[in-house]
Design a protein. Sequence first.
Length: 151
Amino acid sequence: MTVHQISVFAENKPGQLARLTRILGKAKVNIRATTIATTATFGVINLVVDDPQKAIKAIQKDGMMVTTKEVIAVIIEDRPGGLDRLTQLLFKEDINVNNAYGFVLDSWKTAIFVVEVDDTAKAQKLIEKAGFKTLDDEALSAVEPFHYVKY
């Protein structure tokens, strides 16, 4: 299973992230995970959202440049070495990690690691053969983190 990562290209200047979050908020699209990488003049905002097609349509309508790519959302153990098990597996098969980010679902139990690799099909087969579970867009959207912090 894979999820769709949305990548938005924007000038590296104040207000670009606020513009994007406003677009998604008005479209009622929920952001599940995000990363931002910048250079001196431009940046890439990577997002995993609950409705990728709706997000793309809203972002394009507003004139921002957006692309989508299939990535793998892997369930890993939230413990020392949990991520290492996955990365060593990818390394042994010479699979390059181009981009990645993660978040904790249940402290000291479960985390999600979103990984963009150079060979998604090969990596997915390898990951599932090794016993890892992966999520699709619908499953990732439905994830409810364990709330161990009182707000």
